[in-house]
Design a protein around this ligand. Sequence first.
Ligand SMILES: [Zn+2]
Length: 386
Amino acid sequence: MSRPASPHRVEELPLPTDRLGTRRSLTVHRFGTPGARPKVYVQAALHADETPGLLVAHHLIRRLRGLDIPGEIIVVPMANPTGIAQIVEGVHIGRYALDGAGNFNRDFPDLIDGAAERLKGRIGADGKANVAAVREALRATLDALPPPKGEVPALRRALLGMAFDADIVLDLHCDLEAVPHLYAGDALWPDLADLTALLGVKAVLLSADSGGKPFDEACSVPWWTLAERFAADGPIPPACVATTVELRGKADVDDDRAAADAEALIGMLIRRGAVTGSVPGPLPDLPPLLCEATPLSGLARVVAPVSGVIAFHRAVGDRVEAGDPIADIVDPTAADPDNARTTLVAPGGGIVMARNNLRFASRGELVASIAGPAPLATGEHGLLFD
Ligand SMILES: [Zn+2]
């Protein structure tokens, strides 16, 4: 007889490190029953300097402790112990690994080819059976990968290992200054309209595959890619609803907002049957949607063509039209102060989704991002700004 799982268990998952005398681990909060469905995975601060998710995870864990979890919920409140330690001259470097391993939220293992190989002859008419077969094939592929070559690849592997077979994956991030927004796969809209409404999200950026192998896509993209490859054999639904949740800007951190955001996540979990029982009050009715989903390829990047002081004309959340001035880049050293400004305009209409949080730009630096309704001509950047 196995003992019933305790409602809340906290585990330390040791991580390999590359330097003698250093030790790191992930703290993993587990709720419900391992292996039970639906399985939900939530992590925060994979980009270790993105603090809003840390406080949301804290509130989420407090709330989940009092609720009935019919399936399994895993919360990793601080997903990047390597990045949290990266202080250089008093400045936290949380987006890129200082050892050269790149952006922490890129280059997650790609399980698609390995899973496809294992699924030959195993996909049939029963979609539910196909979901189980795909999860099994993804697990076998993950288990057969060669050992990770370094601390950061090992961290990526450990995180993916907890999330790849979840029904819902929420990766909590933030932008520099921003309105709340989501990144997700085309196939997950309008499924994610509940989270969009509950969180007051103002931009949802969809793509089939951004190309950067971020965490959410490592979990979700295999589903529709395998569905395409096996379309002749049977249906494979998008059984992992994974999204990168951008919780406004880096400094938008306070208990009221974090508690409200955690409540929004709980609301989504209630609606999806991942939380039941002693929930106070009625099931949350969905507030109205504040945006429609738009293509990630419609996200305009306003980049500084020269260096200087950023003087913004527009705030995050503003609606703009093509040609509207977004910011001036001011050169205070100009001999003629009446000729010291370069005005940056919106390349297309949309909502000012994010802005730089600094006010001095290098040449080529991102100043603002505008989420527009239609794909733009391919620019110099990939779908994800690194
Ligand atoms: Zn991030």
